[in-house]
Write a protein that binds this ligand. Structure first.
Ligand SMILES: Cc1cc2nc3c(=O)[nH]c(=O)nc-3n(C[C@H](O)[C@H](O)[C@H](O)COP(=O)(O)OP(=O)(O)OC[C@H]3O[C@@H](n4cnc5c(N)ncnc54)[C@H](O)[C@@H]3O)c2cc1C
Length: 447
């Protein structure tokens, strides 16, 4: 194995989270930083394979999901400025989340309270009756709805690339085609064993930040961390809607989620930033973080992913009837587009199976489980000279720039990074580390 030069910090993963960490670390500090990405480009995986909605945090309970809610609320204006500066898509089409039962109507009331607690203004949203919804979206039928007027459709892949373009210092480097295989850690730093362009190489770094998305837990396990967690992978699939019908609806239409302790949402109607209309995603159990098509329930990858240690948290789910029944209904919606259409017909009755013209791309979410079930928020594990960000799921793309500030601040406080600020973000306006850091603590809105 050849050995490359030593870096102060190595970031693993060139998705939206790795990009945000790279941005802040290289803006603030003169240290040498290497970002290691296994693909030939950045933002190839989940950061480009998602619904593309910049979510306002109306649906996030601030008492349970405080960091997520604040990250999403604060990052909105950051993304808006970057989108305008870089010419990335920004379609403020709004989201209508529909209620189909009495229980759902109660959820809408909670959303109003949470919106205000999460820093939204009362102008950003309203509660609509079923008739009011039909008035603005005649194809949608429901008992009532929460209308989040400032939700945006974008392309997170484009925003991630724009962020990389505006990041870096004189000693930083982004290395693509570089896959991390294993990491040895001691009190001075880490030796990262990689394959770079087919050659086995060792990269030495004083500190490793693991932002490897669906593979982050595997890397953490390999270093002896996060041993109580295991992961299951769920593929979200989308179907394109023919323009003749899709063009009749202009907003994103979601329904109030019914199974909040599991990673299953009912598919939505999506108005993509490029004008395409789609329905999705479902949540199909698959065997790995990049299984974007194929598989059957008997697939060997699923079995081996279920058998990966620790097995205990997964066994609890395997014997949970509700979970097993949800998994099989998601598989059904993967095999039959009629099933996807049926689920959306519950609130868009005019959508026929024949209106779904072709499959869109799919994306995979890795959901962490521990002995209590699915873990609701991202987890940060601190090692000797490493930091691991696990379970970084939706609305992760929305919240990444502010969430990365939160991580960097925690690292400073715990002594992993000195607290000297050398510089500022290359993006002006709201991209101010200290201000964002204060907002993450105070919870006031950045908008
Ligand atoms: C179906 C779906 C819909 C979603 N919709 C939304 C939405 O509308 N709005 C929203 O805010 N969020 C959404 N999300 C969530 C959001 O997309 C993710 O939270 C976010 O993209 C995660 O970013 P990441 O950088 O952690 O992961 P990734 O984008 O997956 O990046 C991880 C990177 O690490 C690299 N990597 C992995 N292993 C290694 C290794 N060994 N060596 C080197 N590199 C490695 C990968 O190649 C990859 O580039 C959605 C997610 C899914 C699955």
């Amino acid at each position: 194995m050849t050995e490359e030069k030593r870096y102060d910090i190595a970031i693993i993963g060139g998705g939206v989270l790795g990009a945000s960490l790279y941005h802040w670390i290289t803006s603030l500090r003169e240290e040498s930083v290497i970002l290691i990405e296994k693909e030939s480009d950045v933002a190839v995986h989940t950061s480009s394979r998602n619904t593309g909605v910049i979510h306002r945090p109306f649906y996030l309970d601030p008492s349970r999901k405080r960091v997520q809610a604040r990250s999403a609320g604060i990052s909105y204006s950051l993304w808006k400025e970057l989108a305008h500066a870089s010419g990335s898509p920004w379609l403020e089409c709004g989201t209508i989340e529909v209620a189909k039962s009495e229980e759902d109507m109660k959820a809408l009331e909670r959303y109003s309270e949470w919106s205000l607690q999460n820093g939204l203004s009362s102008d950003d949203f309203s509660i609509l009756t079923g008739e009011q919804v039909s008035g603005i979206e005649p194809e949608v039928k429901c008992d009532g709805a929460f209308y989040s007027k400032t939700d945006v459709s974008t392309e997170f892949g484009a925003l991630t690339k724009a962020l990389f373009m505006r990041s870096g210092n004189s000693k930083s480097l982004i290395t693509s085609n570089a896959e991390v295989l294993a990491i040895e850690e001691n009190s001075d730093g880490c030796l990262i064993k990689c394959i770079i362009n087919g050659r086995t190489t060792g990269i030495s770094a004083g500190l490793v930040m693991n932002a490897a998305g669906g593979s982050a837990l595997k890397i953490a396990h390999g270093m002896g961390y996060a041993a109580n967690y295991s992961v299951l992978f769920f593929r979200g699939e989308y179907w394109r809607v023919v323009p003749e019908y899709g063009g009749l609806i202009s907003r994103n239409i979601y329904s109030v989620p019914r199974h909040t302790k599991y990673p299953f949402l009912d598919p939505h109607f999506i108005s993509r930033a490029n004008g395409l209309k789609e329905i999705g995603p479902n949540a199909v159990l698959v065997g790995g973080p990049e299984v974007y098509e194929g598989i059957s329930p008997a697939d060997g990858n699923i079995l081996s992913s279920l058998m990966e240690r620790p097995i205990r948290p997964k066994l609890n789910l395997v014997f949970n009837r509700e979970f097993v029944s949800l998994v099989s209904s998601e598989w059904k919606s993967s095999f039959y587009k009629s099933e996807m259409a049926r689920r959306v017909r519950e609130f868009i009755p005019g959508i026929e199976t024949g209106f779904l013209s072709s499959r869109g791309f799919s994306g995979v979410r890795g959901s962490l489980i521990d002995k209590s079930g699915f873990v609701p928020e991202a987890i940060v594990e601190f090692g000797k000279r490493s930091v691991h960000i696990l379970n970084y799921n939706s609305p992760g793309a929305t919240g990444a720039p502010a969430y990365a500030v939160h991580i960097v601040r925690m690292m400073m406080e715990k002594g992993y990074l000195g607290d000297l600020n050398f510089g500022k973000s290359k993006i002006s306006g709201s991209w101010d580390f200290d201000k964002i850091s204060d907002l993450m603590v105070s919870g006031a809105s950045a908008a």
